[in-house]
Design a protein. Structure first.
Length: 277
């Protein structure tokens, strides 16, 4: 038997095995709907339990979120956060509890999504997609940590600089943030940085799908710089330090994405060469 025939037979056998693997996991539509309902119930149940637990410690979570502002105002007497509506503090704690629940239950929800989707994928597709799923919360945590420990202190110090002491014939201007407005700003920036740090995951998945290549990403680097800093100017407070704090990490992640795309292309070429052999 010739080498070409052996390669053809091997490729045919691999294709049949892959087809058999998917065929073995096929389910009727009603079973898919039942499975989807079960996964949704598990996810919603996890969110509800997480919400209740987070509400019990909502005050502590809010104190953690407000700590960067407290550090900026440290040593100044009479500093406070205010609420002007009777229900404002209550709804703020509800938002804190929901925010905390989404964060702590993400691994469970993602696991339920994966458990529903994975049976419909080939084995090599599951093996390829799983690392991206695991990298998502890690990158989000890195982005959230960057904004909490670096951007918040710089931004709050910038905003505090607009205070005036007042004098003869003038009134003092003092910063007294509202509890709900502060939480909205914090949540917006945490999610903005966390989602921005998903750039390598998105671009490497696009590279695996053949939608982009490492060469095309490298060629569009100058456009990426412009878009990155334009996005940073929209998402961050209006000071240069915060904008650079978001823009520079995203550009570094873009370069990491180019390297990741090259690795994906190299593995694809090696796999195709092995199949041809």
């Amino acid at each position: 038997m010739s080498q070409e025939q052996i390669g053809t037979d091997r490729e045919s056998d691999d294709g049949e095995l892959a087809e058999d693997e998917v065929e073995a996991q096929k389910m009727p539509l009603i079973q898919h709907l039942v499975e989807l309902r079960n996964r949704l119930l598990w996810s919603i149940g996890a969110l509800v339990i997480g919400f209740v637990l987070c509400y019990l410690v909502a005050e502590e979570i809010y104190e953690f979120l407000v700590q960067p502002l407290a550090d900026v105002m440290e040593g100044e007497e009479g500093r406070r956060l205010i609420y002007t509506g009777l229900h404002e503090a209550f709804f703020t704690y509800l938002k804190v509890a929901f925010f905390g629940s989404v964060c702590i239950t993400f691994p469970i929800v993602a696991g339920q999504i994966w458990a529903f989707v994975a049976p419909g994928l080939y084995k090599h597709e599951r093996r390829a997609f799983l690392p991206f799923l695991m990298a998502t919360p890690v990158l989000f945590l890195l982005g959230a940590s960057l904004v909490y420990y670096l951007i918040f202190p710089l931004a709050f110090q910038f905003f505090k600089g607009f205070e005036t002491a007042g004098g003869l014939g003038t009134l003092a201007i003092q910063m007294e943030p509202k509890v709900n407005e502060y939480l909205s700003l914090v949540m917006k920036l945490i999610f903005a940085f966390g989602l921005s740090f998903q750039l390598p995951v998105v671009l490497m998945l696009m590279a695996r799908a053949g939608m982009v290549t490492s060469k095309s990403l490298a060629a569009k680097r100058k456009y990426a710089v412009v878009i990155t800093f334009a996005t940073a100017a929209i998402l961050t407070p209006p000071d240069v330090i915060s904008q650079i704090g978001l823009g520079v990490p995203i550009l570094l992640l873009y370069e990491v994405s180019i390297l990741g795309a090259r690795m994906v292309e190299k593995k694809r070429a090696e796999r195709e060469a092995a199949e041809d052999f």
